[in-house]
Design a protein around this ligand. Structure first.
Ligand code: C2O
Ligand code: CU
Length: 548
């Protein structure tokens, strides 16, 4: 890891900031692929958007907190199965919860606890390239292991899916989710140490809604007018099989990032959804391993009128009203033409199709179509509303913080400047716990990003607020032993991320500050980068919530 690359990275980092959320990652040797299917050659909008089924409990069982209370009991088997990702493709081998991907959707109310038995019925062999040089995936470990994390949940530590609490095929774990939190879109996914990126890429993720009375009282679009959109990208081979890239050094096949050209929405490539000319609520999740999405809406030009320069937008044209983010509703809707989501971030959006009766609307990512909305000629009466104010978000005052932690994000390179791993605070997963907040205390965490990448940093258990982001000099940091020299003003979070968050984009060459109250449970949790290739290769650390 030579200083040259670091200095170079510092400048690269600044360029990335200037471009906003540029993907901006150009690592040395290109990974080796099996021949890749060109997803752009597929016919567009021939498959209807799938909607994962709502899962039903299979019974009731006593609450671990109070045996006189019965809780709904769910059972979910992880299985290998095949599914067509597109009309014109052969079936793709996948792993999914309840044999679908995305898995079944959970619907629950705030305060309504539940038990879920997660059952590993996967095959004994992994079908994606396990890297046995990665910590936790050494040759003495079973190849197929699974553990489930409910992302965004305030759950007890033994139900949080600690990465080392994996279980092998034939085994299961019963988790307790008390759901004592506000309405939000959570999601569940695999979290197994050392192979998380592969298990999620194989299809192990799904959506989990918490509802509450406050949200009900707003009269937002609901029922069939509220639609989850789970986005991810995949690389396929010519047989339509998942084509997870590997490093040419086959002894350590890990690659630092994976970006696919096939964009899946709820498991289909280029799906369409028939909508009415009225308001809809879309619950969007970025479930990708590493891709950031930059989403826009536009009217699809009728082919006969597709002459250059005639794409005039109608007055009051297409856009999003963002009403929520990771951990629930914003204070007020935020009108936006562009929604950017890092891996694991969610956006709660209202879109009004009423000006587009009889037309088509495209959802695009960086000007490439992702899906199509076919707007019908007429709508049933739309009684839903977009309220001018949503849920108050009380700012946590900085004076409430009892501790400030400065935590670095570091990339370790090999002699030819290819990344070999990513670290948080220069510590490995297996080193002693260094972050140990006291229950109910407030802390400020400063993430010092010395790398050229944007890292979406996620903390389990808690919701937090973003304070600000401020550029600093990376060369000074390296040359002067970690000194932080600020080279610009602190920038407040964007309006769409000014509510409650559980994942924050930490930009290159910035210090990103969050403020957190460590509520809920004592015990061991984790914080990590949500680029799954980073997370699997040491960019994850345990933290302990200590009793008061
Ligand atoms: Cu979405 Cu630790 O995870
Ligand atoms: Cu990262």
């Amino acid at each position: 890891m030579g200083i040259t690359r670091r200095l170079f990275l510092a400048q690269g980092g600044m360029a990335t900031i200037a471009l906003g959320m540029n993907q901006g990652m150009s690592h040395a040797a290109p990974p080796k692929f099996r021949t890749q299917l060109q997803a752009s050659s597929l016919a567009q909008f021939v498959d209807p958007l799938p909607l994962p089924e709502i899962i039903k409990p299979v019974g009731e069982r006593p609450s671990p907190e109070n045996p006189t209370v019965q809780l709904p009991y769910y059972r979910v088997e992880m299985r290998q199965f095949e599914n067509k990702l597109h009309r014109d493709l052969k079936p793709t081998r996948l792993w999914g919860y309840a044999s679908i991907s995305p898995g079944p959707t959970f619907e629950t109310r705030s305060g309504q606890g539940m038990l879920v038995e997660w059952v590993n019925q996967l095959p004994e062999k992994h079908f994606l390239p396990v890297d046995h040089s990665i910590h936790g995936a050494e040759g003495d470990k079973p190849e197929v292991r699974a553990v489930v994390h409910l992302h965004g949940a305030k759950a007890p530590p033994d139900s949080d899916g600690y990465p080392e609490n994996w279980f092998v095929p034939g085994k299961s774990a019963i988790y307790h989710y008390p759901n004592r939190q506000e309405a939000a879109m959570l999601w569940y996914h695999d979290h197994t140490l050392g192979i998380n990126r592969l298990n999620v890429f194989a299809g192990l993720f799904g959506v989990f809604f918490v509802r509450d009375e406050f949200e009900d009282s707003l009269n937002l679009p609901q029922g069939k007018y509220e639609v989850p959109l789970v986005l991810c990208d995949r690389i396929l081979d010519l047989d339509a099989q998942l084509n997870y890239p590997v490093d040419p050094d086959l002894k350590s096949p890990w690659v630092p990032e994976v970006f696919g050209d096939a964009i899946l929405v709820n498991g289909k490539i280029f799906p369409y959804l028939e909508v009415e000319p009225r308001k809809y609520r879309f619950r969007v999740l970025n479930g990708a391993n590493g891709r950031f999405f930059h989403l826009t809406l536009s009217e699809e030009k009728p082919r006969s009128v597709a002459v250059q320069g005639t794409a005039a937008q109608k007055p009051g044209g297409l856009g999003f009203q963002q009403i929520g983010s990771d951990q629930g509703l914003l204070q007020a809707p935020v009108p936006s033409q562009l929604i950017s989501l890092a891996p694991a971030e969610r956006a709660d959006l209202v879109v009004d199709f009423s000006n587009y009766a009889g037309g088509n609307v495209l959802l695009q990512n960086e000007n490439r179509s992702v899906m199509q909305f076919r707007v019908a000629q007429s709508a049933t009466r739309d009684t839903s509303v977009l309220p001018p104010t949503l849920r108050p978000v009380a700012r946590i005052p900085e004076t409430a913080a009892v501790k400030t932690r400065t935590l670095s994000l570091v990339e370790i390179d090999d002699p030819i400047q290819r990344p070999v791993r990513m670290l948080l605070n220069n510590t490995h997963w297996s080193m002693p716990v260094t972050e140990n907040p006291v229950l109910d205390s407030v802390e400020i965490w400063n993430f010092v990003n010395t790398t050229e990448d944007i890292h979406p940093i996620h903390l389990h258990l808690v919701k937090f607020q973003i304070l600000d982001r401020r550029p600093f000099s990376v060369p000074t940091y390296w040359l002067k032993n970690g000194e932080i020299k600020y080279i610009g003003a602190a920038v407040a979070p964007e309006a769409g991320e000014a509510g409650w968050k559980d994942t924050v984009r930490v930009y290159p060459a910035t210090v990103t500050r969050i403020i957190v109250r460590f509520e809920g449970y004592t015990g061991r949790f984790v914080w990590h980068c949500h680029m799954l290739e980073h997370e699997d290769n040491e960019m994850m650390r345990p933290f302990d919530v200590l009793p008061k």
